[in-house]
Ligand binder design. Sequence first.
Ligand SMILES: CC(C)(COP(=O)(O)OP(=O)(O)OC[C@H]1O[C@@H](n2cnc3c(N)ncnc32)[C@H](O)[C@@H]1OP(=O)(O)O)[C@@H](O)C(=O)NCCC(=O)NCCS
Length: 365
Amino acid sequence: MENIVSLGLENVVVAQTDLSLVDGQNGLLVYRNHWARDLALHHTFEEVAHLLWYGHLPDQAELAALQEKLSAQRELPAYVKTAIDAIPHDVDMMSALRTGLSLLGGPEFAAWPPTLGQVISLTAKVPTLVAYRYARIAGHAPIAPRTDLGHTANYLYMLKGEEPLAAHVRALDAYLILTQEHGLNASTFAGRVVASTRSDLISSITAALGALKGPLHGGAPSEVTEMIEAIGSKENAEPWMRSRLEAGDRLMGFGHRVYRTYDPRAKALSIIANELAGDDPWFELATHVEAVGLRLLQEFKPNRPLNTNVEFYAAAVMRAIGLPDSLFTPSFAVSRTVGWCAHILEAAAGRIIRPQSTYTGQMPE
Ligand SMILES: CC(C)(COP(=O)(O)OP(=O)(O)OC[C@H]1O[C@@H](n2cnc3c(N)ncnc32)[C@H](O)[C@@H]1OP(=O)(O)O)[C@@H](O)C(=O)NCCC(=O)NCCS
């Protein structure tokens, strides 16, 4: 049989899922029979997590039960905190988060197949890990999680040490909902591969997190702000981006493997970013950079429709909320943990993922 190689597994279908539809031709995103955009604008992090994990939006009692379970399990085990304290400060946030996650792999998470109880406990702890490490690097005492706040409000509270503004919670909630799930992106696929071997939940999530860290995946939003800082002024947008494209570089915050039209998540987030930061000069520069970037990408890659992706507006929203660049990708991990877990529960029931490669080396004599 002749093996046909699909570089980057483009268009290769390797799983069936009930979780989401990513329609790249029409720019549509569905989470289990609901438009992701509507969920982001009208629901909360916990409600959408319930939808993905349990298959339906919760009624009041179901929501209260999930909120209670999540809020009760936010604290980190003492040994995890001690280990994070030992990580040198020049180790980046995502590497420390990967180590922290890995350390959670105690008896609670050893059982196979993974359970919803494990998933809830893990999801509850990821924001605490991020906030704990962030406080340590910033040189102040970590702020303990509160049980009376929702998932997103508590995350912001732990990062900032004060009760967050309702508008900030709403905006971050929308971002976190829009990035909870997205089909077989690289990190979710990595998680599913590990889960398919019947390895434990924490090993699968750690693999997924490693994939998310890469600048072509979840590492992009901080590079968006770096790009906009480097451009600095509207006049410099075209020469700066042109020279990058001439050098064969990629513009961060543009392009997507699946979307051949506008990323629906970017569209929804642009509304929220506009509400929060419409008058901010940085945001004005960012929208100018977006327009110039789109024009230049059309000029340089006329055969490939390249549009603004979610990371562009993720950067704008998180900046407007006052989160520093170092928290952009970790915040993405806070949300995507929900989708990873949902996929891992699905994949754990499936067949081991084991594709093939075509040998291009020499044969022995
Ligand atoms: C997301 C991404 C990794 C998808 O990669 P991909 O599916 O392999 O990309 P495509 O197949 O669509 O690329 C087609 C062409 O467009 C180019 N291209 C894709 N995204 C580009 C970008 N952001 N800037 C410049 N060129 C880009 C590729 O280099 C390729 O050019 P070539 O055919 O001359 O080699 C890619 O678009 C990218 O690197 N974007 C920037 C990083 C980013 O914002 N990531 C967040 C994703 S949500």
